[in-house]
Ligand binder design. Sequence first.
Ligand SMILES: *[C@@H]1O[C@H](CO)[C@@H](O)[C@H](O)[C@H]1NC(C)=O
Ligand SMILES: *[C@@H]1O[C@H](CO)[C@@H](O)[C@H](O)[C@H]1NC(C)=O
Ligand SMILES: *[C@@H]1O[C@H](CO)[C@@H](O)[C@H](O)[C@H]1NC(C)=O
Ligand SMILES: *[C@@H]1O[C@H](CO)[C@@H](O)[C@H](O)[C@H]1NC(C)=O
Ligand SMILES: *[C@@H]1O[C@H](CO)[C@@H](O)[C@H](O)[C@H]1NC(C)=O
Ligand SMILES: *[C@@H]1O[C@H](CO)[C@@H](O)[C@H](O)[C@H]1NC(C)=O
Length: 462
Amino acid sequence: MALVHETLILLLLTFSTWCFSTSISTNSSTTTSLAKLPNATTAKPKRLVTKLIHQRSVHHPHYNQSETAKERIELDIQHSIARVTYLHARIEGTMAANDHRTQLSPSSSGRTIMANISVGQPPTPQLVVMDTASEIFWIMCNPCSNCDQHLGQLFDPSKSSTYTQLCRTPCGFRGCNCHPLDRSPFSITYADNSSASGTLAYETLVFETSDEGSIQIPNIEFGCGRDIVYNNDPGYNGILGLNNAPMSLASQIGHKFSYCIGSLADKSSNYNQLILGEGADLEGYPTHFQALRGMYYITMEGISIGERRLDIAPATFEIKENGAGGVIIDTGSTLTYLPDDVQNLLYKEVRNILGGSFRKVIIETYPWLYCHLGVVSRDLVGFPVVTFHFAQGADLALDTGSFFEQLTDSVFCMAIGPVSATGLDNRSSVIGLLAQQSYNVGYDLVNQIVYFQRIDCQLLSG
Ligand SMILES: *[C@@H]1O[C@H](CO)[C@@H](O)[C@H](O)[C@H]1NC(C)=O
Ligand SMILES: *[C@@H]1O[C@H](CO)[C@@H](O)[C@H](O)[C@H]1NC(C)=O
Ligand SMILES: *[C@@H]1O[C@H](CO)[C@@H](O)[C@H](O)[C@H]1NC(C)=O
Ligand SMILES: *[C@@H]1O[C@H](CO)[C@@H](O)[C@H](O)[C@H]1NC(C)=O
Ligand SMILES: *[C@@H]1O[C@H](CO)[C@@H](O)[C@H](O)[C@H]1NC(C)=O
Ligand SMILES: *[C@@H]1O[C@H](CO)[C@@H](O)[C@H](O)[C@H]1NC(C)=O
């Protein structure tokens, strides 16, 4: 069978190398106050639900109508590489003794998914990046240097009746003002050298309920960012950290959360959502996670295409003794990255199924990306589901919309890259957002379980 190899030069992006100098320092000596869910009169807690919007959605205030699918995916690829490289740098950082990067927080650039969280009283909605590998919730605060491109209303602590400064010297009573020199600073620097710094404070978060009421969650510790540095339009007002660190919103609100991601290709979808705390949807197939270096590692056991299980040695996905390897589930990367030999094996199988009828396309800038001429929705009807298998029998099933990306009108690519594309050889795999489409993913931080439930997000909303 002669496969015609046709080389199309589609992308001529200059891809700069990413350097990392990243640190977070908070100087809070006071104990973190755990926000309590309000005492509901009924036993069933009300759900703290917030819509999720992706950066290329029509619902995003900076939606750019003239941006093409190709441009969008180029950004996905660039961003995903930067993200995975960044996660690897964090892994490296913890391995070297006394490396300041042990306290890294993740990159925030590129296409990501954002929550709309209302802060303060009166509530001011803020679009913040949902990041399962980040440990702090921060937003831009007035007065602010370099926040000109913030979205919507800039949060102004002086206009909120519920804002309370966090002081280094504990206050005798709530609401007391601390001396500017006594304020607790925070500062965070990301992979692309963007950064945010300011002071730590407490605020009330406000969630709307389906009956047009609202629920207030008081005393949430967060970072009020007053000095922001970034290169490009960030397209967000802050970061919503959801890892298992004490200051993450997941830890502060009930130690549970779940998110439902429908189709990222659907620019007008309005059903993607995040639920925080007790009302989170923890349903479907459970698998244990291990939180290491602020990231959620899950135990991957294999991959199938259709009924056929690929021949992958079980140890391939294990976390190695030196801390390399393992599989991270992440909301910050769009694409998925698997060990090179696994990605190759997967592609070999895909090519067998596609046969000679699809011409191969080489993308000059990303030669590792496996692409063919064709249209996913038209030509790949009946292509078998690709299933990632995890411990305890949990599965993540990728249909063609999750496994492939339509790069241009006539070229589609496998949305899975080799870990080596990031320039590192540490073989930590990352499961990105595209692979999590059509799923509700629930996290129980107390019992360390991730739940995968295949569902139409529309059924969960409302
Ligand atoms: C943190 O606070 C302590 C006590 O106020 C101070 O000595 C120390 O220099 C501060 N560290 C940073 C990084 O600001
Ligand atoms: C909340 O419920 C707990 C336990 O039922 C009770 O002890 C406490 O007084 C209640 N607090 C408020 C503010 O109602
Ligand atoms: C929107 O996208 C087009 C095409 O990529 C680009 O030329 C233009 O600068 C973008 N506009 C904004 C406001 O970013
Ligand atoms: C965020 O939520 C507020 C309050 O519900 C709403 O007015 C605003 O339109 C939302 N923003 C976006 C971008 O959806
Ligand atoms: C970030 O800053 C460092 C130190 O100034 C520099 O070496 C590095 O190239 C910068 N990285 C990026 C991506 O701009
Ligand atoms: C990870 O990969 C980098 C670059 O290939 C290498 O320098 C480093 O030693 C590796 N670390 C581990 C723990 O394998």
